[in-house]
Write a protein that binds this ligand. Structure first.
Ligand code: HGY
Ligand code: MN
Ligand code: MN
Length: 430
């Protein structure tokens, strides 16, 4: 009987190897906050896989992991690594996230390295520069609240002092957690020497959204290209909105005697939906809402909620947030509460480097002629690095488009197509 189950390819077996790490029994999916035991296990997994491939691995002052494939005979120093080709993604997740957001890019980089190393070994690849595989910490901002914290520190997009004072839900500071993980807060921040090592940065990522599944790109069988090339990232930001009222007893406080911040928050959440729906191309979400103290028989004294607002035009994003803030003030006054808005992180719309995008498209089109150029509504480290170096992205089809959820998925064949496309794209740039 012929073996029916094909040998699982490298990228799919790499992902299977971490398939149990950080599973969240309560939420479903995975919860792998940065520097949690789950994410540390994934970091160790990546380092072992890279070292097993003969790559030279180091972690920089900002917690970014670099796995180097130097040129043969290289001195393996900063001078010989200047302007290298770099590819990678992240291993941390949102709470209850999917298996692919981040790890697909990291596993695909390892698998693409295998393809390229074989080509160099057979004399089919002659590289002119080194390749580095990287893992960026805290891309999701799920633990310390600021998205792409590692790449923001690297580029100086966030001041080290602000980053170090960020606190997680337990009140632990990023400074303390980073120190506990071997980093020196005094050395964190913009890293000119590390930036000089990056000639071009490519990130492969699971597609988040249904761009590849729209009828424009799919055939009668509903199948379309497995890979897309990224061209832009929607501007996006996060704000914390705190409503404060009068905490009290649920049973002894008459309905007419209340200043209940939960009532203000509930009205504001609906306003957020209405304001964003009225603005074409806008997205605004309240995905997190925390009453304080949070007792069943307690009228909250405060309700914190977090806004995620996105729009292609940065001024429109700002206008939407202003509108929401105005509504919050109005509602708070009516409810006898107060409202306080604090910006937590903000990224302007990014257009990836056109020349690099054209190179990626040329490489990918050899294998997948129909691969489209697509914008994305999701932020990435590639978006932050774009202010310093040419960056580009490849997206791999996700049949439902669902992400930041356990239903996020990439079929084995599509993951393999992503690796083949990444390997060719990297080869053409090496
Ligand atoms: O939120 C985002 O867009 C990304 O997944 N961090
Ligand atoms: Mn991601
Ligand atoms: Mn994400």
């Amino acid at each position: 009987m012929k073996e029916t189950n094909q040998p699982v390819s490298t990228v799919n077996s790499l992902l299977a190897a971490i398939g149990e790490t950080g599973r969240d029994a309560k939420r479903g999916g995975y919860s792998r906050p940065v520097y949690s035991s789950a994410e540390i296990t994934l970091r160790e997994w990546f380092i072992a896989e890279a070292q097993g491939r003969g790559l030279e691995v180091s972690t920089d002052a900002n917690g970014i992991i670099w796995a180097w494939w130097d040129l043969p005979g290289s001195a393996k120093d900063a001078a010989s690594r200047k302007g290298s080709l770099v590819t990678g993604s992240h291993l941390d997740s949102v709470p209850g996230g999917g298996a692919f957001d981040g790890p697909l890019g990291v596993a695909s980089a390892l698998a693409a390295f295998d393809v390229l190393a074989a080509r160099e070994g057979s004399g089919d690849l002659h590289r002119h520069r080194a390749l580095a595989l990287t893992v960026f910490p805290e891309e999701e901002g799920s633990r310390f609240g600021v998205a792409c914290l590692g790449s923001r520190l690297l580029t100086g997009a966030i001041e080290p002092a602000k980053a170090l004072n960020l606190r997680d839900a337990n009140g632990d500071s990023f400074a303390d957690i980073a120190t506990a993980n071997g980093l020196d807060p005094a050395l964190m921040g913009r890293d000119e020497a590390a930036l000089a090592l990056i000639g071009d940065f490519i990130e492969l990522h699971v597609e988040q959204g249904r761009g590849l599944n729209t009828e424009e790109f799919t055939d009668a069988a509903g199948r379309g290209p497995a890979v897309a090339i990224g061209n832009s990232i929607l501007g996006h930001g996060r704000w914390r909105l705190s409503f404060s009222g009068q905490g009290n007893h649920a049973g002894t406080t008459l309905m007419t005697d209340r200043a209940d911040p939960m009532i203000a928050a509930a009205q504001l959440v609906l306003k957020v939906r209405d304001i964003a729906t009225a603005q074409p191309a806008a997205r605004a979400t309240v995905g997190r809402l925390e009453p304080v103290p949070g007792g069943t028989n307690v009228i909250a004294s405060r309700v914190d909620l977090w806004l995620d607002v996105r729009h292609p035009d940065d001024a429109t994003t700002a206008m939407l947030v202003e509108k929401i803030h105005g509504q919050a003030q109005k509602i708070a006054a009516f409810e006898g509460c107060s409202a306080l808005l604090t910006e937590e992180s903000l990224s302007g719309t990014v257009n990836f480097d056109a020349a690099l995008g054209a190179s990626l498209a040329k490489s990918v089109h050899r294998l997948i002629p129909g691969a489209p150029l697509l914008p994305t509504g999701a932020g990435h480290d590639a978006g932050v690095l774009a202010s310093e170096v040419p960056t580009g992205m490849l997206y791999v089809r996700n049949p439902s488009g669902i992400s930041h959820s356990p239903e996020e998925y990439v079929e084995h064949d599509d993951a393999d197509a992503g690796v083949a496309a990444l390997a060719d794209a990297l080869e053409d740039l090496l």
